[in-house]
Structure formats: C-alpha cells, structure tokens
Write a protein that binds this ligand. Structure first.
Ligand code: ATP
Ligand code: MG
Length: 377
C-alpha cells in the first residue's frame, strides 16, 4: 500500500492542489505558515477520519468557503482506491455540529469507522514530544489511533463507547438536577461497562504486544543501558488476563461505589476515558523523572514501535508522516529514525529548512517547496 496522489480543494490554506507522490520519500520544505503541516494533516484526516490537530472540522475549510475536499489515491496490489473526505460547514450551527464529514471510497459512501485501515499512517510531529510528560489524553490518543488502525472494529467500539458515555453523563446530570429518577441508570451502566471492558481488554492485549518492540528500540537508543516498560493503568478495573465479562463486572462495581460522586459531578468517573499508560524507565516513571533526552528517546521508541507494530500485524507498511521533527532530534536519534526509513515505509517529511534534513534523505527523495498553499517542484 502506498499513497500515490493527494488532491485538495479548499482545505486550510490550499484552494486547489493535485500532487503525485513518490513511493519512497517526499520532502516538503518552506518558511513558516506556508502549508506544510496542513498537507500532512489532510493525509492524516483521510486515514484517521479526524484531524490530529483539531476537533472542530469546520476549521479545516478554507477561510470564507463552505466546503472542503481531500482525496487520497491509495495504490494496493489490487489497484488504486480513491479515498475521499468532504467537510461541509453549516453556518447556522455551532460547536461540533458546525461541520459534517462525509466519506467515500471510489465514490461509494462509507461510515467513518469503515474508512479505518484503507490508508494507515504513523504521524510523528513536535506535539508528540509531550507524549511522556503530558496528560493522559495524548497517550490515550496514541493507543486509540494505533488500535483503530490495526482493527476497524476497535474504532467502532470506541465510537459506541463515546456515544454511551454521553448518554449516561446526560442522565447523571438530569438526576442531579432532579429531572430524572435513578431508575434508568442501571441500563446505561451495564451497557457502558460492557463496551468499556471490551476496549480495556483490547488495550491490555495490544500493549503487551507493543511493549517488547518499544523496549528493544529504547534499549538501542540508550546504548543498552535502559529498560523501558509500558504499564497499562485501567481506570476502575484490574485487568491482568481477565475475560471481558469479569472486567465489565469490575467496572460496574466501581461505578456503583462512585455513584454519589458521579451524580454530584454529572460525570462517569471510571472507564477507558480515564485510562492511562505509564512509561517506566528503569523502575522510575518517565512522566515524573525522565530527562529531556530520555523523553525524546522514549517518544521515538514509541513511534518506531507503532510503525513496526502496524507493519507486523497488518503485513503492510504504513505511510510515515514526519512533520518538522528532524530539527528536534539530535544526530544520534535522527540516525535511528532514518535507519527505520531504509528500506522501509513511504515517508512524507516536512522541514522549514532543507539544512535540517540529512543528505541521505535528500539524495533519494523528491523535494518540493511549499509556498502559500501551492507546491512547486
Ligand atoms: P510552520 O513551519 O510554522 O509549521 P507550516 O507550513 O507547517 O508552518 P501550516 O500549519 O501548514 O504551516 O499553516 C499554514 C497557514 O494555513 C497558516 O498561516 C494558517 O493561518 C493557515 N490556515 C489554517 N487554517 C486555515 C483555513 N481554514 N483557511 C485558510 N488558511 C488557513
Ligand atoms: Mg508546520
């Protein structure tokens, strides 16, 4: 699988773009605010159905316009597929309802979750350097993205869970305000716990598989000195090897214990939306104790593990999207990242300055200059 072309129409600062891509590496360089990240964002949007930069799809539509379109031509052994995302703005609505998304593959309508897996990407950008020190949000997003790309069914379950969580939280608020009795709560608690347990068991299983891959990269990056460990911290359940129905029971019990708090806050306080993944280096939690360099190595190890895991499990290399990260890495870590590109995956690489990129990449990459939403050879 590789990305053969990208077309944009009124996406961010691109009025119209039609771009063919190399099977190996393509470099996009140019000054600040020219559209380098926007281009990678368009590819990530198509692969993941959501922008990694914003929850508000309306922001993706070019200023002053009502609709945007991204089309990615994906070449597989079986032929070429056109994956298309359309964003339509509804000027009279606000918040998430301000924009709707529509997906098609070869002109045939698809649900968002059925898009997953048609194009797989690993995005690595400066925000990821917060993966270790930042809040659990980033680490949950990392997990959700990885698992959804491995298995579209997981994306469906996450969607289902989010919907159930919204319903249950609305009910908790209605109970708090005296608009509803607690009668209906058990129904939503059971539904939510069952879905949450499915997600948690899958997270545990996949993390156990990802762990040795990430640890091997980190060992190498730390000159054989450091042991990296990923520890799953499910919110409200003890996982271990438990089957889903046992985990579901644990979640239900935790919600029942927290009932007064949940009603007072109008919010469900246990479940996968509160999970975390702790990264440990040599028996110390990296979030609290890792140095800058250790964090960078740990993040790079996680990203390289994501890349390898996707390739191993699906049998296909994902497309690597490297946004401005080469300048953030020191020579040794840069070399490690480069080694993964050879012979490896197709890569789209951005840089403000070509001098930030090693010669070995520039020699074999197609190089384009990005300037105010246009791309020049
Ligand atoms: P940097 O090197 O600073 O990261 P970049 O080339 O990656 O720059 P982008 O993030 O791609 O820059 O953004 C380019 C420009 O796109 C910005 O000036 C931004 O204001 C503009 N932009 C963002 N959203 C829209 C939109 N909806 N319509 C028009 N322009 C937009
Ligand atoms: Mg950028």
């Amino acid at each position: 699988m590789f990305l053969a072309n990208v077309s944009l129409f009124d996406f961010r600062n691109y009025a119209e773009l039609d771009l063919g891509l190399e099977r190996s590496a393509t470099v996009f360089f140019g000054g600040n605010a020219q559209g380098k990240t926007n281009l990678l964002e368009a590819v990530a949007l198509t692969a993941l159905t959501r922008s990694p930069r914003t929850q508000q799809a309306a922001e993706l539509v070019r200023f002053g316009q009502q609709a945007a379109r991204v089309t990615c031509g994906v070449q597989t052994d079986a032929g070429r597929d056109a994956l298309e995302v359309r964003i339509m703005v509804n000027p009279s609505a606000s918040g998430a309802a301000r924009a709707s998304r529509r997906f098609t593959v070869n002109g045939i309508h698809r649900r968002a979750t059925d898009m997953m897996g048609a194009l797989r990407v690993v995005l690595f950008w400066p925000d990821d350097l917060q993966l270790i020190k930042g809040s659990g949000d980033g680490r949950r997003r990392f997990l959700n993205t990885l698992l959804s790309q491995v298995d579209a069914g997981h994306a469906g379950e996450l969607n289902r869970y989010a919907h159930l969580l919204e319903q249950r939280n609305a009910l908790l608020r209605a109970i708090r305000e005296g608009r509803q009795s607690t009668d209906g709560l058990d129904y939503w608690t059971t539904a939510l716990a069952d879905s949450g347990a499915t997600i948690m068991v899958e997270r545990q299983r996949r993390l156990l598989e990802l762990q040795p891959i990430a640890a091997a990269y980190h060992r190498e990056l730390s000159d054989d000195r450091e042991r990296l460990e990923l520890r799953y911290r499910p919110a409200g359940a003890r996982i271990g090897e438990a089957p889903p129905d046992l985990v579901s029971q644990q979640l239900k019990a935790a919600m029942s214990d927290a009932r007064d708090e949940e009603i007072a806050r109008g919010q469900t306080v246990v479940g996968p939306q509160r999970d975390d993944v702790e990264v440990w280096l040599e028996d110390h939690e990296a979030r609290l104790f890792a140095s800058q360099g250790q964090q960078r190595s740990a993040v790079l190890s996680l990203k390289l593990a994501e890349l390898q895991y996707l390739a191993d499990v699906t049998g296909e290399q994902p497309v690597l999207l490297l946004d401005d990260v080469m300048s953030e890495l020191d020579p040794a870590r840069r070399e490690r990242l480069l080694a993964a590109l050879q012979p490896g995956p197709q890569a789209l690489i951005t840089a403000a300055d070509l001098n930030d990129l090693p010669r070995s990449i520039l020699e074999r990459a197609a190089v384009f200059r990005v300037e105010r939403g246009t791309i020049h050879a």
